[in-house]
Design a protein around this ligand. Sequence first.
Ligand SMILES: Nc1ncnc2c1ncn2[C@@H]1O[C@H](COP(=O)(O)OP(=O)(O)OP(=O)(O)O)[C@@H](O)[C@H]1O
Ligand SMILES: [Mg+2]
Length: 225
Amino acid sequence: MKVQFKEVSKQFGKLMALDSVNFTIKPGEFVFLTGRSGAGKTTALRLITDYYRADKGEILLDNQRLSQLKTKQRLSKRRRIGMVFQEFKLIPQMTVAENVMVAVALRGAAKKKRHQEVEQALRLVNLEDKMAVFPAQLSGGELQQVCLARALAMKPDLLLADEPTGNLDPASSWELMNLLIKVNKQGKTVIMATHNVDIVNSFATRVITLEKGKIIGDKKKGKYQ
Ligand SMILES: Nc1ncnc2c1ncn2[C@@H]1O[C@H](COP(=O)(O)OP(=O)(O)OP(=O)(O)O)[C@@H](O)[C@H]1O
Ligand SMILES: [Mg+2]
């Protein structure tokens, strides 16, 4: 999916969380969105998912202006976007497989194929042996992997990850990064918000840097290492 911000501003009271932001992310790109706490990273991701509306400017997904889409079209766009957030938002009363099944069912996959798709998504994140386990029995890294599996089960064109390594130790963080790269290599656009400088510097991919709601850097370095 292609993502464009044209002069996008978002205000909370007097605070400019995003201030005339412009960028174009091409289909299949891997982009880090970085900047200090409060820079506007999460706000930018929430504008893409239509959780917030822009006060000024336009957001375009695959060349379509979000503001001009009807509710139904907005929802169908929204279903093309997978999200991995720091707070896991898994359903505690459901097993790992059941949590992923929710996403598979939501996407409207044929009933016969659902179980197979759940397995497929969990295999991708190397968690197929934890299918019958409940979220409370998993480590932070494993929970994050389930969230990624759930996002991928939606078969999105765009994956948004908001500080996905925030709760993880370095080894688990690298594992998650490898998974995100694997997903990107399948052709999905990936936007990852993080203030983990080590991770950002370890990959030669595009970095958009925000400060107080403004873009202060947009460097294209190459792809991966
Ligand atoms: N719903 C909201 N209501 C009021 N202010 C908000 C809201 N969401 C964000 N803000 C403010 O907007 C600014 C940008 O917040 P945002 O969450 O986008 O930052 P961030 O770059 O994601 O930070 P972090 O790295 O800490 O996650 C902050 O000053 C924040 O306090
Ligand atoms: Mg944030």
